[in-house]
Design a binder for this molecule. Structure first.
Ligand code: IMP
Ligand code: MG
Length: 225
């Protein structure tokens, strides 16, 4: 048992969800009626997501407290994670002697259509990366799949010489297609499944779902473009 506990301890991979994890039956939770039939199961319930983010905020505060940081939320999928993370950072800041002075900004990237990466990452809406020069940047991302999106964003930002860049990703997928990029802070390591909910989408659907769920074949077919 001690060995098992040892494995489960935080080793930078976050909460590790195994490939055998059956998830939770959808009937055990509430979710919007318009998604009945479009999901297979709940992978991570909303409450667990928020509890895990509270600990990530504490870890971040321990590492980079006492500094000014620019939180860079990667839209659209990162907005829920970013909002809850900033909320926890604010709570710690006002209830302890450690504090972070934060600015929050948003960048929009696009790389996926249906459940496939389109390869090339694009910054949409003309975000001016030069404003990150000399700053302590905390990138907040929903999920690292192959890692290509994050690598290409980091390459672009590094050209403008920020003082520090850290990456927090709510999810990291275990996939053979991974280029082995690892965020500094990881919420959960998950199997190679396409997941939706908690702001993660499939062609813009499912952002209005609280839990992180695995989409069904019916769901994929219904919202395919
Ligand atoms: P990567 O370039 O393969 O690492 O993909 C990263 C981006 O693809 C993320 O920022 C997400 O926006 C999107 N993505 C990857 N996997 C999923 C998923 O399972 N659900 C929703 N979006 C995903
Ligand atoms: Mg994303």
């Amino acid at each position: 048992m001690a060995g098992k506990r040892e494995e489960a301890r935080d080793n930078g991979r976050g909460v590790v969800i195994s490939n055998h994890w059956p998830g939770y039956d959808l009937d055990l939770f509430t979710y919007p009626r318009h998604y009945y039939g479009d999901l297979n199961y709940v992978l991570i319930p909303h409450g667990v997501i928020v509890d895990r983010i509270e600990k990530l905020a504490k870890d971040i505060m321990n590492d980079i407290g006492y500094s000014d940081i620019m939180v860079l939320c990667v839209l659209k999928g990162g907005y829920k994670f970013c909002a809850d993370l900033v909320e926890h950072l604010k709570n710690i800041s006002r209830n302890s002697d450690t504090f972070i002075s934060m600015k929050v900004d948003f960048i929009r990237l696009k790389s996926y259509q249906n459940d496939q990466s389109m390869g090339d990452m694009q910054i949409i809406g003309g975000y001016d990366l030069s404003q990150l020069a000399g700053k302590n940047v905390l990138i907040v991302e929903d999920v690292v799949g192959t890692g290509r999106t994050m690598k290409s964003l980091l390459d672009k930002i590094e050209k403008y010489k920020p003082n520090m860049i850290k990456v927090a990703s709510l999810l990291v997928k275990r996939t053979p297609r991974s280029d082995s990029f690892r965020p500094d802070y990881t919420g959960f390591e998950i199997p190679d499944l396409f997941v939706v909910g908690y702001a993660l989408d499939y062609n813009e659907y499912f952002r209005d779902l609280n839990h992180i769920c695995v989409i069904s074949e019916q769901g994929k077919a219904k919202y395919r473009v």
